[in-house]
Design a protein around this ligand. Structure first.
Ligand code: GLN
Length: 456
């Protein structure tokens, strides 16, 4: 813990930790030492970790990287961070992210972005660690902590993991309790671990998940011992390669990465099959209707009354002006754009044309996956991202769709509620890490982790 705390202080330029909690860390580390001395050694006893700023942590700033939650110190602890604490994990502080988890580059954060510790060869252009869990990815990749929590609504664990050469798993929707995690799009949001290895991911995921009566969408399904399922034996497993993920203009190195991953799984004894997921091309548009719709509803609670920031009012301002000024000052551009899109697609005149249609498309996407699993596919292999990490400031804010395209391989998994993992799979020509994604059957994270283990 002390080594991590000094590494964090020395790495301020990375912008990964936005609220440091050294006193809490040292106190928990001492308590962990005592537990270990008494022979009580839960899975994560004494392990120093970082917590994404989206998780409410009791008495500690929990801002979701938004100005509107400035100074908000929750009275309660999220279920997931509580479970980690109960298992002896030591929180070092809170990690940077995109505001309300909306973004793919960490650039929408009110604190300024975190930076990727990797560089393109000798070129010292600062690169994005990805988003929204960019601080988590940067901190784990730079060895500031042993592991971190992330959340994934459309790829926010898997894309930053791929950009920084670490492992990130989004479990099946309902595996981890969402209680105490600031809501973005409630039907898509899931927490998950971001770690250096698949084994670490298995141990941490087991600690994080399980039924919680405080979240009505949390599943009452037993949590297996994921670590014991890591045998590396995938003989006879059937791996699907979806043709629709072979996009036009896909960079050659991504093609090669995918081909190499396929060969590795075949060499390990898996059977490889070409499959079709015909509604894939509608996933991104459906996601960018559903996620903003749910966000606009979830973010209605930030009204200047209950939490955080409230705008200074002028003489004669009433409650409407208070809401308007507070929300205009408190929310950044991307969040405002999502709230406006979401409100629009939910409005009486457009509800059927946009929101309802997107929900129908979502069902079709889910059925595509159900069909291939029914046909005997055990896991699906795809690239995690369409490129390696890009330069900070390289994406044009005037064209948000350019940024949204980053999520093209990951959003389908959230729409279908499936588990997905990103595993480091080598470097591109400039020396940047690339990730492969494996998508599994619902509730079969153990199997998925084992396939990822064979690929690692
Ligand atoms: N990049 C996607 C978005 O901006 C996904 C974010 C996430 O998974 N939280 O919505």
């Amino acid at each position: 813990t002390e080594a991590c705390l000094s590494a964090i202080d020395a790495a301020d330029a990375l912008g990964a930790f936005v609220h440091k909690t050294p006193e809490i860390a040292l106190e928990r580390a001492r308590a962990a030492d005592e537990r270990l001395a008494q022979g009580d050694a839960p899975a994560m006893c004494g392990l120093p970790i970082g917590i994404k700023d989206l998780f409410c942590t009791k008495g500690v700033d929990s801002q979701a990287a938004s100005r509107i939650l400035e100074g908000f110190k929750p009275e309660y602890e999220s279920t997931v961070s509580q479970k980690l604490q109960d298992a002896g994990a030591v929180m070092l502080g809170k990690l940077n992210m995109d505001e309300f988890a909306m973004g793919s580059s960490n650039e929408t954060s009110c604190y300024g972005n975190a930076v990727n510790p990797w560089r393109r060869g000798n070129d010292d252009t600062a690169l994005t660690p990805g988003g929204s869990s960019g601080g988590s990815a940067s901190a784990v990749a730079a060895d500031l902590c042993l592991a971190a929590t992330g959340t994934d609504t459309g790829g926010s664990i898997r894309q930053p993991a791929a950009f920084t050469g670490i492992v990130g798993i989004k479990p099946t929707y309902g595996r981890c309790s969402r209680w105490g995690i600031v809501a973005f799009a409630s039907s898509l949001d899931q927490a998950g671990p971001m770690t250096k290895t698949v084994r670490d991911a298995a141990i941490m995921l087991e600690t994080m998940c399980g039924h919680d009566a405080k979240d009505s969408t949390s599943a009452d399904i037993p949590v297996p011992d994921f670590e014991s399922m890591l045998t590396g034996d995938i003989k006879g497993k059937v791996i699907g390669i979806p043709r629709e993920y072979r996009m036009d203009g896909m960079p050659e190195e991504i093609e090669m990465l995918w081909a190499d991953g396929t060969a590795m799984l075949r060499d390990a004894g898996a059977e490889i099959r070409d499959i079709t997921l015909p509604h894939t091309k509608y996933a991104l548009p459906a996601y960018y209707v559903i996620a903003p719709a749910e966000a606009s509803s979830n973010l209605a609670r930030y009204d200047g009354v209950r939490y955080g920031h409230r705008a200074k009012l002028a003489q004669g301002d009433g409650i409407t002006e208070m809401y308007e000024k507070t929300r205009a000052e408190g929310f950044g551009h991307e969040v405002q754009r999502r709230v406006m899109v979401g409100t629009y697609v939910l409005s009486a005149g457009f509800y059927d044309a946009y929101y309802n249609r997107a929900r129908k498309v979502r069902t079709l996407i889910k059925r595509d996956f159900e069909q291939v699993f029914a046909d005997g596919i055990d896991a699906i292999l795809t690239p995690a991202t369409p490129s390696a990490a890009f330069g900070l400031g390289e994406m044009n804010d005037a064209d948000p769709v350019q940024m949204y395209l980053n999520d093209v391989f990951t959003v389908t998994v959230n729409l279908a509620g499936l588990p997905g993992i990103s595993v480091p799979a080598g470097l591109d020509a400039k020396g940047l890490p690339l990730g492969l994604q494996l998508i599994g059957r619902p509730w079969e994270e153990g199997d998925l982790l084992n396939t990822a283990y064979a690929l690692e």
